[in-house]
Design a protein around this ligand. Sequence first.
Ligand code: SAH
Length: 510
Amino acid sequence: MSETGKVYLIGAGPGDPGLVTVRARQLIERADVIVYDYLANPQILDWARDEAERIYVGKTAGRHSIPQDEIEEILVARAKKGLQVVRLKGGDPFVFGRGGEEIQELEIDKIPYEIVPGVTAALATAAYAGIPLSHRNFSSAITFLTGHENPEKHTLSIDFRDYGTTKGTLCIYMGIGQLPRIVNELKAGGMSGEMPVAIIEWATLNRQRSVFSTLDSIVADLEASGLGAPAMVVIGEVVAQRAKTEWFEGRPLFGKRIVVTRAREQAGQLSALLTSQGAEVIELPFISVEQHFDPKRLGEVLAGIAVYEWIIFTSANGVKHFFDLFYKAYDDIRCLGPMRIAAVGAATAQEIEKHKLKVDLIPKKANADALAQELIENEGVESVQILVVTGNQNRESLVQRLESDEGRAIVDTLSVYRTSKSDLRKNPAAERFRQEGADAVLFTSSSTVKSFVDQHADLKLENGARKPAFGSIGPLTTKTLKELKLPVAFEATQASLEHFVVETMSFLRA
Ligand code: SAH
């Protein structure tokens, strides 16, 4: 370990966290300090260690950003303490990002540094608006320009008349504020009023918006659209060559904000499905799930595991925690014995199949009653020893039916995890939900509904926030919503995440 730390000047890309480089992510993950500004998406700070110091140096409402020399002081002082300092900048650090000034300062102070390029806004906006920046017939040069070098200085730093006769594409950063002057100068320099122009605001994020126009009409069209900074102005024949399908803004859930209520560890899959359709997702884990069991009971069940003829799993969580405990006791899957395996639904079955175990029974309707019924009717369970693996929320009706005169099975239950309500009061995502609202809240279980209702007072939406519709993953969740007097706007036709997303799309697009 050296005495001095190091500064990493990193491009954070245009906004979408997926466009951050692998190298940047590695460095963010191990940083001691992260100094970031307005255009670096704060979501990527979630990759940092909890202990990492996060310093915001961008502008805030009503206040100018921290002066450049203070930022440089922060970097130098932290690095001198031996810390690994990440300086995150939107886009690329060397494209209108004052990266050059920062490294000069580091060199004066003999602070070692590294530079990681990023996807600059011009490239990202073009890609996400479907505009090819170069084209064999229309554009053989690409120019990056800035409307004003310093956002606080409202003057043009270049003579746009020089670019009036360009045969290429102009990408103008920070051009919105000075657009009328830029347009006039380009025309004075010889550019046709018919020249196609695009303006793209907040590119690559789910709030991206764009206007397409011509040099003559863009000022009026921009005003009518209400778009503002940050936005990129793209001028050139290539704008007219843009893709016909709007691959990004045209996605089914584009512009929709959706709340996912599952426990943190489980939210990812549903969030990913929604995001891939264009939605902006707010994860509010209303419940948390943790391993929990009675050691004595677990010991008994595992010692006698081979006597069961059937093992029934009522949730994917049950499968996960059961096998985790099982492998702690045994190191050979054959210790499970020759039992047959039932799963309440497709998601649970998938979790079982990860262990290369075949699932013998999944009921046609994904619920515990249907499972009991199919076992009783199709398999016959009289005097059969069955193990039911569950969580702390009891599955009494399943056990009762199997043991009743209908079934006469001998049933043992093993609870391996506990679901509890989580407190969202301090969660920043909850704050966003209160301020901005959402188009839909997706409930994936009765327990998420109950926790939502409990915390309703703390989640009261502010004026102007979008009022969400409530979606349910299946009949049981719907029942709970109704009992708690929440209106159910839509229900998945089958209890799977994929069906839930399809139903969400058809509801929100209707
Ligand atoms: N270093 C950055 C540029 C910083 S200057 C980069 O390489 O991208 C800030 C300007 O970049 C904004 O005024 C806007 O013109 C442009 N910009 C940055 N992010 C943008 C985005 N997501 N969508 C549109 N324009 C963006």
